[in-house]
Design a protein around this ligand. Structure first.
Ligand code: RIB
Ligand code: CA
Length: 338
């Protein structure tokens, strides 16, 4: 099988950590490295958290690169209230041995994207945090940015309400200027950003039943997931009266692996950088502006299909072994409709 080369650009972060687990449990992907950006937590903390996850996976061979420590223009606003004081659900795991790479994230991106373009492999970026590293890449090496094979971004929203304001999703709200520059540059290059927004990720809820099932199937991984998500459960109960936690980022990796998991439409999309709707993705679904599409906006997802892929990969089980999964997913749907 020919592996697809990918950089995970993230802000770990609880759901970023689950996304890293999925990516590194999927043989179709060759993860060239993990670049960390300020977002859920400061970049230095995020880089340390990425290495804690890599240690759990026995993959400290994957290099981690620390990136931008503040947004392009706005003040940096973390999401530690959601991800805990340590950025990893207050699991307070001991630091992983060894240093984070000396090379900066943006320089690593430029060098790797160029090298994979020259050897014909190509390299994509799965962006799971604010797009500050990608924006800095555009500013410092626009040619390298143009060589990126595909950008799949967890961020934004079409019809779903925001999670940082009535209209804005955190990754694009935290650095709207970066998101706007990435979408504008994609438009200029005739490229389309795959927008894995809240319209689809809100449907991906890790419930207590699913977590219990994971622990039965693979105790060590189940315990690790429980350790880093407990704080997230409490947050979701307190703020959204939800029993479970929305795990946004793994869906971006899952979609990169299996395009049948989500569907949507192509449209020109811009990001608001000022005013009360700052960070909002303005999706021209009706073509008012008559501009070529620069985004594939995902609106529907196969929840059962996602969990089949996610659990089978991170638990190391064949999909046919996940005999209770369908029941657990349909039970949640019934609860929702009550
Ligand atoms: O809005 C959800 C996104 O913001 C996720 O990527 C989460 O990790 C945070 O970065
Ligand atoms: Ca994230």
């Amino acid at each position: 099988m020919e592996q697809r080369h990918v950089i995970l650009d993230c802000d770990p972060g609880i759901d970023d950590s689950l996304a890293i687990m999925l990516a590194l449990s999927s043989p179709e992907l060759l993860v060239e490295g993990i670049t960390v950006v300020c977002g859920n937590c400061p970049a230095e903390m995020g880089a340390g958290n990425a290495r804690k996850v890599l240690r759990h996976l026995g993959r400290l061979d994957v290099p981690v690169f620390q990136g931008e420590e503040r947004p392009l223009r706005r003040e940096y606003v973390s999401a530690l209230d959601t991800h805990g004081a340590d950025g990893l659900g207050e699991s307070f795991l001991p630091p992983a041995d060894g240093p984070v790479q000396e090379l900066g994230a943006v320089e690593f991106m430029a060098r790797t994207i160029r090298a994979r373009s020259e050897d014909g492999s190509g390299c994509s970026v799965i962006a799971l945090g604010p797009m500050t590293n990608l924006a800095r890449l555009i500013q410092r090496d626009p040619e390298a940015f143009s060589m990126i094979r595909e950008i799949v971004s967890m961020g934004g929203n079409f019809r779903s309400h925001g999670n940082c304001s009535p209209v804005a999703e955190y990754n694009y709200w935290a650095d709207p200027d970066a998101a706007a520059l990435v979408y504008e540059t994609a438009a200029a290059l005739g490229k389309k950003i795959v927008m894995v927004g809240l319209d689809v990720t809100r449907q991906i809820v890790l419930t207590p039943d699913l977590l219990a099932y994971m622990k039965r199937l693979q105790p060590e991984t189940g315990q690790f997931v429980q350790a880093i998500t407990k704080f997230y459960y409490d947050f979701h109960w307190e703020w959204e009266h939800l029993i479970g936690c929305v795990i946004n980022d793994p869906l971006a990796v899952a979609y990169f692996l299996d395009r049948s998991l989500c569907s949507g439409f192509e449209a020109y999309t811009a990001v608001e950088t000022r005013g009360i709707s700052i960070g909002q993705t303005v999706v021209d679904s009706m073509g008012f502006w008559k501009k070529p599409a620069n985004a594939l906006v995902l609106t529907h997802t196969d929840v059962l299909g996602f969990f089949r892929l996610f659990l089978s990969r991170i638990l190391g089980r064949r999909e046919e072994e996940l005999d209770l999964l369908e029941q657990l997913i349909s039970d949640r749907k019934k609860d929702e409709n009550r």
